[in-house]
Design a protein around this ligand. Structure first.
Ligand SMILES: Cc1cc2nc3c(=O)[nH]c(=O)nc-3n(C[C@H](O)[C@H](O)[C@H](O)COP(=O)(O)OP(=O)(O)OC[C@H]3O[C@@H](n4cnc5c(N)ncnc54)[C@H](O)[C@@H]3O)c2cc1C
Length: 327
């Protein structure tokens, strides 16, 4: 591992000043559970690590009239255990509780979770100079691709590994980014970028920006949410496929609905056509299967990951029937 400098800013402004000064050679660190894997593996070789954990005020969950604000340094364990989150946004509590191990949830943060890097074994291997690292090919497209994307791949087949991102997008969250130019807020769905937009990064964060907080709008009456995560192992694991669903039930049918998948694409993947086909309907397993058909026809599975199509059906059906009380 290459030596690096270390700094512990006490304010967001100080952190941003360090980031600007290092001119692309610094990395931000929250819990470090993902970052240090990358540094130890030689995938990232920073000159400077900016430890955000000494900055006060970013590790809280605040309820306001306009919704709930979750600071970037809030721990994943704290989010999972929060009584108000459990009551009003149960799917978010489930997503946080499904992540990694108790130790990693204690140290890992919400901001770090939303900005973590892909787990693709070619990307994580310092010797493999894939497109994401400035090379000319995606080794997964013709290589070992069991865990890779079935949607949105094209030039790079990573899947975005975050458990919190699909659920926060299903809840219509906004993310606030801070830079020397001030703060800007955007829908979390627009924070993520496909490889065709930016092959080197998975999001639109500028080099001099950091994630300050996430805002979730107030939970509407009658709205329910759930997170179904399908893994290869019973113990800690990343999602092979996950389904984050928020929905309201009105007049016996499904009202407003959001279905966002994890583990299937380089960004959290919305099933907009399935949502439209199900709106206003009383759900059955057959109806859900039929509704999914159009979105699933757009999938482009690779040689080893066609099994994900069946997992999508299973995860989405389970999640939808759970929020509508069908099962
Ligand atoms: C064994 C293992 C299992 C895991 N399982 C899961 C899992 O099941 N689901 C899952 O979602 N994740 C999983 N992870 C990934 C990771 O541990 C979690 O996502 C965790 O929440 C990351 O948070 P962190 O604070 O430790 O991030 P860090 O490691 O500190 O940072 C991660 C990345 O985000 C950047 N970053 C951090 N904070 C900010 C900020 N405020 N603004 C801008 N950039 C920032 C860092 O520069 C870095 O690139 C796992 C990791 C390991 C090692």
């Amino acid at each position: 591992m290459r030596n690096f400098e270390w700094t512990e800013p006490q304010t967001v402004e100080q952190a941003l000043a360090w980031l600007a000064k290092a001119n692309g050679k610094a990395v931000l660190m929250a819990g470090g559970t993902d970052l240090f894997t990358e540094i130890k593996e030689g995938v990232v070789e920073p000159d400077l690590v900016i430890d955000l954990t000494s900055i006060p005020g970013l590790a809280s969950i605040q309820r306001e009239e306009t919704g709930v604000r979750i600071g970037a340094l809030m721990s994943v364990a704290g989010l999972a255990a929060d009584a108000m989150i459990k009551r009003d946004y149960p799917g978010l509590s489930e997503a946080a509780g499904s992540l990694a191990t108790p130790q990693l949830r204690n140290i890992g943060t919400v901001g770090g979770n939303l900005c973590q890097r892909p787990r693709c074994w070619y990307y994580r291997d310092a010797q493999m100079v894939c497109r994401k690292k400035g090379g000319s090919q995606c080794f997964a497209s013709k290589g070992r691709n069991k865990y890779h994307a079935i949607f949105g791949g094209g030039i790079c087949h990573i899947v975005y590994p975050s458990d919190l991102a699909p659920m926060l997008i299903a809840l219509d969250s906004q993310v606030t980014l801070s830079s020397p130019r001030g703060d800007r807020s955007l829908p979390l769905a627009e924070f993520y970028a496909l490889p065709s937009k930016n092959i080197r990064r998975e999001n639109v964060l500028a080099p001099d920006e950091l994630v300050r907080e996430v805002k979730i709008p107030p939970a509407k009456k009658g709205t329910r949410s759930t997170y179904v995560k399908l893994k290869e192992r019973e113990t800690w694991d990343f999602a092979l496929v996950s389904a984050a669903v928020r929905g309201t039930v009105s007049g016996g049918g499904l009202g407003d609905v959001a279905i966002i998948l994890g583990g299937v694409a380089p960004v959290p993947w919305r099933l907009a056509k399935t949502e439209a086909a199900l709106k206003g309907k009383k759900l059955t397993e057959t109806l859900i299967k039929d509704a999914l058909r159009v979105d699933l026809q757009e999938a482009k599975p690779l040689e080893e990951n066609g099994y994900k199509l069946q997992l999508v059906e299973a995860a989405v059906s389970r999640a939808l029937l759970s929020v509508t009380g069908g099962k």
